[in-house]
Design a protein around this ligand. Structure first.
Ligand code: AMP
Length: 121
């Protein structure tokens, strides 16, 4: 049980196997899969298997093992997708003003082309 976590969010359904995903990586604590609406030639999502809404929530409640696994999975997926060189963007949208749509912590790995400035001003 996790306060404020919506068990019906789409990534919770993917984790329960109720809807499919194009899996890129899986370990005890993390899952990585292709974004359904890619914003770049490489657009892969890395999520913890635990019920965390955001990085803030994850930092407060996750174990060191879960936190370590997520960061290692990001590194692994970046290598698997071949974006380490020439580079990629790692992004996590948090909350309403951060533009988060799915309320389960996820990191976007974006690459495969020059991504331009970080934000449109
Ligand atoms: P965010 O705006 O940071 O919450 O991003 C949510 C991301 O989840 C978007 O890039 C969506 O394209 C992606 N997404 C939504 N549903 C699915 C799905 N079923 N499988 C893979 N990616 C999804």
């Amino acid at each position: 049980m996790s306060v404020g976590y919506d068990d019906n969010n789409i990534f919770a359904k993917i984790l329960r196997g109720e809807i499919p995903c194009k899996k890129v990586h899986e370990d005890e604590h993390t899952l990585a899969f292709e974004d359904i609406a890619p914003a770049a030639p490489v657009h892969t999502l890395v999520i913890p298997k635990g019920k965390y809404v955001s990085v803030t929530d994850f930092a407060a409640r996750a174990s060191d093992a879960e936190i370590g696994a997520l960061i290692r999975a990001i590194g692994k997926v970046a290598a698997l997708k071949g974006v380490e060189d020439p580079g990629y963007r790692l992004l996590s949208n948090i909350g309403r003003e951060g533009g988060q749509v799915v309320p389960h912590l996820h990191f976007h790995i974006l690459g495969g082309r020059a991504l331009g400035p970080m934000l449109v001003k």
